[in-house]
Design a binder for this molecule. Sequence first.
Ligand SMILES: *Cc1c(COP(=O)(O)O)cnc(C)c1O
Length: 461
Amino acid sequence: MSDAAAPRRMHEISDETHAVVDVVLDYARRRALYEDIPLDKPLSPRELSRLASGSITADGIGARRATALWENVLAPACVTTDHPTYLSFIPSAPSKAASAFDLVVSASAIYGGSWIEGSGAVFAENEVLHWLASEFGLPAGAGGVFVQGGTIGNLSALVTARDAARRSRREAGRALPDRWVVVCSAEAHSSIASAAAVMDIEVATAAPDEHGRLHGDAVEAVLDAHGDAVFAVVATGGTTNFGIVDDIASIADVTKARDVWLHIDGAYGLAAMLVDRMRPAFAGVERADSVIVDPHKWLFAPFDACALIYRDPGLARVAHTQHAEYLDTLTDKADWNPSDLAIQLTRRARGLPLWFSLATYGTDEYRAAIGYGIDLARRIADEIAVRPGLSLVRDPELSVVVFRREGWTLADYQAWSDRLLEEQIGFVVPSSHAGEPVLRFAILSPLTTFEILTDILDTLA
Ligand SMILES: *Cc1c(COP(=O)(O)O)cnc(C)c1O
């Protein structure tokens, strides 16, 4: 094919390219700077087929029409997860700087997997990881990588832990168990069971106390029962449903005495450790072998990013580095290659939006914004406790408040929740605890106010 015939329309800089980039960036600017961003709601497959099908054609419909379709039909069919009235699951609340810089990451075609390709990006991501590691009390040699989410972070950490256990036992001439066991609380996140299924290992659950908190003695009992088969214990730094922080210090006493890997799942809650007055609740994190925290949750970064940090990143490198002839030029060097530390190869430099936001606003703003959510949760919990017909299921520890409306069944909660979204008042889906349907506010955004929450409580009267 001659150069003249090369199909360059999608890549060359032309008037059309200028128009395409302009129409997209104009929309992105409008979206990022909306004052009164709508909450929005899902449409059914049938409605979307009627309104939005037919966009993939042989000749293309053009950037203007495609952007209009997105802005007018598809985007409003996505719930705005950073809306101040989005209080379900774990919301997102990316800072404006972080969201804006995500556009730069996209515009720049950066490969975040290796030092020789992405050294500047990898350096900036490492600045953030080292800052987090020092906040968590981990030693100077600690390091890691931003992966897609907490699920992949937990899986990658446990794969490293099992690999390290295998190696050290082989070196010591000890037998390997028929089936490895990971120990966690009955309250641990579903991703631990999912990781265990992928790894084809057993989960042994240890019983938390009546407040949902796991302690070292319960872990010790499970370790006694499973002996040598246990390679790791997972402690949770803030459960998703309630924000409960396990008694990490007493669990660390047990894992250190038995030479078992300690992993902290802090996907949601570990961010609270950045708030000074919350630090005592997380005592023991500094003794972990690996930790995760999701910046796309409480560190105000856009989807999707989990910071996975190892005490000894060398163990992760041994467990995860992929070897192939075409990669030898990377893996034969002593460079810091983020790809080697988790289950992944090609990776987006997904830690950059957080780096830029931290660099822009400074860490104090983060501490204050996280502290605000904790204070607001406490304040609305006190309000719920005094409102007739409402009661708290448990006192909030972090920024999740779980409560009930007396006399309501799951169907009542669901109908109320549907109406709340339909009327665009808020997004609060029912949850359940010990078989009982309950309501739950998960508060992350500094734009969520006490008035927003009391307005929602008013609709429960
Ligand atoms: C959200 C969460 C996860 C899973 O993280 P994803 O980013 O959704 O994969 C794991 N553990 C805890 C405690 C969580 O809150």
